[in-house]
Design a protein around this ligand. Sequence first.
Ligand SMILES: Nc1ncnc2c1ncn2[C@@H]1O[C@H](COP(=O)(O)OP(=O)(O)O)[C@@H](O)[C@H]1O
Ligand SMILES: [Mg+2]
Length: 264
Amino acid sequence: MARRIVITSGKGGVGKTTVCAGVGIALARRGARVLVVDADMGLNNLDVALGMEGRVVYDMADVLRGKCSLRQAILQDTEYSTLCLLASSHCGEDGQFPSSAFRKMLAEAENSFDFVLIDCPAGIEAGFHRAVCVADEAIVVTTPHIGAIRDADKVLALLETYELHSVSLIVNRVRGDLVAGGSMMSADDISRLLRHRALGYIPEDDFVTVYAQLGRLGKGNARSDMAMTYVAENIVSGSRKIYDCTGEYKGFFGKIKTYLRRQI
Ligand SMILES: Nc1ncnc2c1ncn2[C@@H]1O[C@H](COP(=O)(O)OP(=O)(O)O)[C@@H](O)[C@H]1O
Ligand SMILES: [Mg+2]
């Protein structure tokens, strides 16, 4: 039976979709059967991050309306055969589909996958509830910015009211140079502040910006890919391998790099 993991944040734009796609790819690279589900109705973009938007024929709303079967709506990745996507409706039909229908639909997929990753919409309204109540585990994504940390704190408190086996944290968009120079809170500090175990730290990485638009996320050799690989390993084996975002800014050459980054 699949492990159902919701990826949430409260605040929008912190990297939920990016993490969902990146970790989905990293899990599939390890041979796991992964279904990534875009539960963000209306503002859906998981299909874009995975480069599958041109192939979507049926989406989740079609399944829930009985227009097609779940099997017909599930799209297989062309590069990683064990990675599949259930795309969301792009028509903003949020609220029309009750949690019970969503749960019933995902229950059908449970035996065919090892992991079901659910990309949660921003906010804490109906869409949030629908995505969280079908999951057994939650990953809260935050960035090292005060607004995102505050929202993550609120969401972590809210998640305590659900019956989840585990809730962990991913700190995304960590600027190693700023952390090394003492101008940004470290991911460790954030994890301590939010009192939750860190499943991973993802560096701020221009490759994410470029590759996500091209739908080629996780298919390069970017630092963020390495960080996502560690997250996947931690999810599978329970290890605590954390990518050191400050690594390249330490030591003699690291200090030069930090200095140079400040000039641009
Ligand atoms: N680690 C990162 N480095 C650089 N850009 C990132 C990173 N993570 C996310 N982004 C960018 O931030 C934007 C918002 O990310 P997204 O995953 O869509 O957030 P959310 O799903 O939480 O709204 C996107 O343009 C994405 O490419
Ligand atoms: Mg998103």
